[in-house]
Design a protein around this ligand. Structure first.
Ligand code: FAD
Ligand code: NDP
Length: 458
C-alpha cells in the first residue's frame, strides 16, 4: 500500500498548476489538484484571455474609423457591450471545459474547494484530509488595494472584466500593465478615461523612451493622464463617485478602477506553520528549481513573485516536473523573458532597458527609430511607432529591443529568440527584411543615437 494518497497534490489549477499536474500525471504519478474557483486560473478566467478579447473588441472602434481612409463607407455603426461580454463569457466557459478535460484525460483528480496545509504532507479540502509525498503551491496572486477612505467603491480588474454596462467616465488608478490595458479598452470604446499616477509616467521599469512614447500616444487617443497625483479619498455621490486628489482637485467618475499591483495568495494556507519561508509580501521563497525551504514543498508562478507572467508560470511548472519527477534537475532561465503590454498602442519588450544597461556599467550603443507605420498613412492617423535597440559596444551583442506600436507583441516574440541565441547587431543587420512591414525597420536600424546625458527612468 502506498504511504501517501497521492504522489503530488497541487494547490491551484491556474496556468502553473494545470501544467505541472498534467505533466506529472503523464509521467505516471498519482496527482490531485485543488481549485477553489474556476479551472484555468487568473490568466484564462480573469486575466490574459478575457482582457485580450476585450482589447480586440475595442480595437474595432479604431479599425472602423481607419477603414474610411481606405475607401470604405461604414455608415451608421453601433456597439453592444453586453454582446461582447456575453461572447467573452461563452469563450471562457468553453476554455474552462477544455482545461477540466485536460486534467481528467491525464488522470488528475480534481478536488474542488479551498485547500490548506495541515502539515507538510497533508492538504485539507472541505474538511477532508489528503496526503501526498510532494506538494506544489501554485495559488497565484490577487489584486491589492491600498488603504484609502472609500476604497470599497473601487473595483479591480476582476470586476472590470464583467461590467453590466460600459461606463461613461472612468478613473483608473495605477500606471502598470493592468491600468494601461484597461485605460486603452475603455477609452477606445468611448469612455472618458482619466489615469491617475503616483509616479511621473506609466510603466515603471520599462525603457524610458517606451514609457514616454506610450504616454504620448495614449494622450493622443484621448486618455487624460494625471501624473504625480494620489487619491486621498473616494466618495459616492448621487451620480457616480468623486475622487479627492492630492492636488486638492476633485475627479468625477462613474467607475473607479484600481490597478495598484497584486499580492501572492498565501494567507491562511498554513505555509508558515509548515515551515515554508515567505518574503515580506507573503510570496513563497524558492530556489532556482522552485523548491521552498521545506524539502517536499515546491512553488511556481505568481505565488513566488518572480516574473508574474503566464509563460513563466508554465516554464516553472515544466521545470518543476522535470526536477522532481523525471530526474532532470532544471532551473528556469528568467533572463531575456519577453513581455507585452496590450495597451493601445501595444508595447513589446525583451532584454535590458537603456537605463539598466548603463546602471550595470555597460558600454552601449542605442539605435532608435520613430516613424508613422504605413497603415496610418491612408488612415490619416498620426500615431507613431517606436523601435529601440540596445547594443553592447565591442561585443556587438543585442542587449534589449523595445517597441511601441501595432503588432509589437508579435514582432518582439520573434526577436526574443534572437536575443536568447545571443544575436549580435551585425547578425541582425545581415538578416534580410520582409517588405513592406514595420518589423523590417529592426533589421535596418543604422543610426546610432548620440550618448544621452544619464537620465533616470525608474
Ligand atoms: P493563477 O493563474 O492565478 O492560478 C492560481 C489558482 O489557484 C487560481 O485558480 C485560484 O483560484 C487558485 N487558488 C488560490 N488559492 C487557493 C486555495 N487555497 N485552494 C485552492 N485553490 C486556490 N500574463 C501574461 O503573460 N500575459 C497577459 O496578457 C496577462 N494579462 C493579465 C491580465 C490581468 C487582468 C491579470 C490579473 C493578469 C494577467 N497576466 C498576464 C498574469 C497572469 O494571469 C499570471 O501570471 C498567471 O495567471 C499566473 O499563473 P499561476 O498559475 O501562478 O496562478
Ligand atoms: P504593476 O505592478 O504592473 O503596476 C502597479 C501600478 O500601481 C504601478 O503603476 C504602481 O505605481 C501603482 N501603485 C502601487 N501601489 C500604489 C498605491 N498605493 N497608490 C497608487 N498607485 C500605486 O501591477 P498590475 O496590477 O498592473 O499588474 C500585476 C502584474 O500582473 C504585472 O506586474 C504583470 O506581471 C502581470 N500582468 C501582465 C500583463 C501582460 O503580460 N500583458 C497584463 C496584466 C498583468 P509605481 O509605478 O509608482 O510603483
Amino acid at each position: 500500500m502506498a504511504e501517501y494518497d497521492f504522489d503530488l497534490i497541487t494547490l491551484g489549477a491556474g496556468s502553473g498548476g494545470v501544467r505541472a499536474s498534467r505533466l506529472a500525471a503523464q509521467a505516471g504519478k498519482r496527482v490531485a489538484v485543488v481549485e477553489e474557483s474556476r479551472v484555468g486560473g487568473t490568466c484564462v478566467m480573469r486575466g490574459c484571455v478575457p482582457k485580450k478579447l476585450l482589447v480586440m473588441g475595442a480595437h474595432f472602434a479604431e479599425d472602423l474609423t481607419d477603414a474610411q481612409g481606405y475607401g470604405w463607407d461604414i455608415g451608421q455603426v453601433s456597439f453592444d457591450w453586453a454582446r461582447l461580454i456575453a461572447a467573452k463569457n461563452a469563450e471562457l466557459h468553453r476554455l474552462e471545459g477544455v482545461y477540466t478535460r485536460i486534467l481528467r484525460d491525464s488522470g488528475v483528480t480534481l478536488l474542488e474547494g479551498r485547500g490548506r496545509l495541515a502539515d507538510n504532507h497533508t492538504v485539507e479540502v472541505a474538511g477532508v484530509r489528503y496526503t501526498a509525498a510532494t506538494i506544489l503551491v501554485a495559488t497565484g496572486a490577487r489584486p491589492h488595494l491600498p488603504k484609502v477612505p472609500g476604497i470599497e467603491y473601487a473595483i479591480t480588474s476582476n470586476e472590470a472584466l464583467d461590467l453590466m454596462q460600459l461606463p461613461e467616465r472612468v478613473a483608473v488608478v495605477g500606471g502598470g500593465y493592468i491600468a494601461v490595458e484597461f485605460a486603452g479598452i475603455f477609452n477606445a470604446l468611448g469612455a472618458h478615461v482619466v489615469q491617475v499616477l503616483r509616479g511621473d509616467t506609466l510603466l515603471r521599469g520599462f525603457d524610458q523612451d517606451v514609457r514616454i512614447a506610450l504616454a504620448e500616444e495614449m494622450i493622443g487617443k484621448g486618455v487624460e493622464i494625471r501624473r504625480e497625483t494620489s487619491v486621498r479619498s473616494i466618495e459616492k455621490g448621487t451620480k457616480g463617485y468623486s475622487l479627492l486628489l492630492s492636488d486638492s482637485e476633485s475627479l468625477h467618475a462613474d467607475l473607479v478602477l484600481y490597478a495598484t499591483g497584486r499580492r501572492p495568495n498565501t494567507d491562511g494556507l498554513g505555509l508558515a506553520e509548515a515551515g515554508v519561508g515567505l518574503d515580506d509580501q507573503g510570496a513563497v521563497t524558492v530556489d532556482t528549481f522552485s523548491r521552498s525551504s521545506v524539502d517536499n514543498i515546491w512553488a511556481v508562478g505568481d505565488v513566488t513573485s518572480r516574473l508574474n507572467l503566464t509563460p513563466v508560470a508554465l516554464a516553472e511548472a515544466q521545470a518543476f516536473v522535470a526536477t522532481a519527477f523525471l530526474g532532470r534537475p532544471t532551473a528556469v532561465d528568467h533572463a531575456n523573458t519577453p513581455s507585452a503590454v496590450f495597451s493601445m498602442p501595444p508595447v513589446g519588450t525583451v532584454g535590458m532597458t537603456e537605463t539598466a544597461a548603463r546602471r550595470h556599467g555597460l558600454s552601449i550603443d542605442v539605435y532608435l527609430s520613430r516613424f508613422r507605420p504605413m497603415r496610418n498613412t491612408l488612415a490619416g492617423r498620426d500615431e507613431r511607432t517606436l523601435m529601440k535597440m540596445i547594443v553592447e559596444r565591442g561585443s556587438e551583442r543585442v542587449l534589449g529591443i523595445h517597441m511601441v506600436g501595432p503588432d509589437a507583441p508579435e514582432i518582439i516574440q520573434g526577436f526574443a529568440v534572437a536575443l536568447k541565441c545571443g544575436a549580435t547587431k551585425s547578425q541582425v543587420d545581415a538578416t534580410i527584411g520582409i517588405h513592406p512591414t514595420a518589423a523590417e525597420e529592426l533589421v535596418t536600424l543604422r543610426d546610432r543615437c548620440p550618448d544621452p546625458a544619464s537620465e533616470l527612468e525608474e
